[in-house]
Design a protein around this ligand. Structure first.
Ligand SMILES: Nc1ncnc2c1ncn2[C@@H]1O[C@H](COP(=O)(O)OP(=O)(O)O)[C@@H](O)[C@H]1O
Ligand SMILES: [Mg+2]
Length: 252
């Protein structure tokens, strides 16, 4: 390299660093060589390196969205065996995975016995949403209500409710395994009210709606919560066999 060129590439290096165009910085020299070899136009060369930068940026942003979402496991829709739940509306699930429901702040509710795939389906739709750059949060009902309760104690409840209301997709897993105190149920209601018609929520529960009064220890609060959750919603009752017992069922 000529001294003048060296100086130029040093400068370029510095500028790309300042602009955080790290991918361009990494590849522009080798891409320039290959562009010269293949007689790529200036425009196509620029397009190539900018595209690489965009891909890197998108990957990084999706990874961040996935991390923030805090999925307990990675479960994909592609791994879900619909033939094992023949009564489940596969077409509708696939439509929902295309994420239109997020634009209209509709909710999804999966009700069913343990092992029928509620958490799997919730996570896989959550992953689709995070991959589409939506703000997603995965919570167990237990952790969510604990956080709501402790934010109230520390005087941060409004802040917490604000944060939760700005999430595009909130997943609340395992509602009903534990019943909530009247106080916590009230906080849960406030959270659902705040998100009502603003953002989508996916709830999974092992309890049919008729038993939600027991979850919330209060029929009035339970029906107020159900009212808002169900108003614009896709409820699924999954009543097939448990996937966890698949091999046992097969051997039976
Ligand atoms: N139809 C299915 N196809 C593939 N895997 C499934 C299916 N249903 C459940 N599973 C798997 O079985 C296990 C239990 O499912 P999970 O979604 O946790 O059930 P639930 O939340 O309803 O108790 C998980 O490992 C999940 O990935
Ligand atoms: Mg589950």
């Amino acid at each position: 390299m000529e001294p003048n060129q060296l100086n130029q590439s040093n400068k370029l290096d510095q500028y790309l660093k300042t602009l955080s165009l790290h991918k361009v910085r990494e590849i522009y020299l080798s891409e320039a060589e290959s562009a010269a070899r293949t007689k790529l136009s200036y425009q196509d060369y620029l397009l190539r390196i900018v595209e690489q930068q965009i891909i890197t940026k998108m990957d990084g942003s999706v990874n961040r969205k996935m991390q923030i979402a805090s999925f307990p496991q990675i479960k994909r829709l592609e791994e879900f065996d619909f033939s094992y739940q023949p009564k489940l509306n596969e077409k509708l699930i696939r439509e929902l995975a295309a994420l239109d429901f997020l634009n209209t702040a509709k909710n999804i509710i999966f009700i069913g016995a343990p092992g029928v795939g509620k958490t799997h389906l919730a996570i896989s739709i959550g992953i689709k949403a995070a991959s589409a750059m939506k703000r997603v949060l995965f919570y167990t009902a237990e952790k969510l209500t604990e956080e709501l309760a402790s934010s109230e104690v520390s005087g941060q409840l409004n802040k917490k409710l604000d944060t939760l209301s700005r999430v595009d997709l909130l997943i609340i897993d395992e509602l009903g395994y534990l019943s909530l105190s009247k106080q916590t149920s009230r906080l849960f209601f406030q959270m659902i009210s705040k998100r009502y018609e603003k953002g989508s929520t996916i709830v999974t529960s092992n309890k049919p709606f008729e038993e939600w009064g027991e979850i919330f220890n209060d029929d009035t609060v339970a029906s107020a919560i159900l009212d808002r959750l169900l108003h614009h919603s896709y409820p699924f009752l999954i009543n097939g066999k448990s996937f966890r017992l698949k091999n046992i069922n097969n051997n039976a």
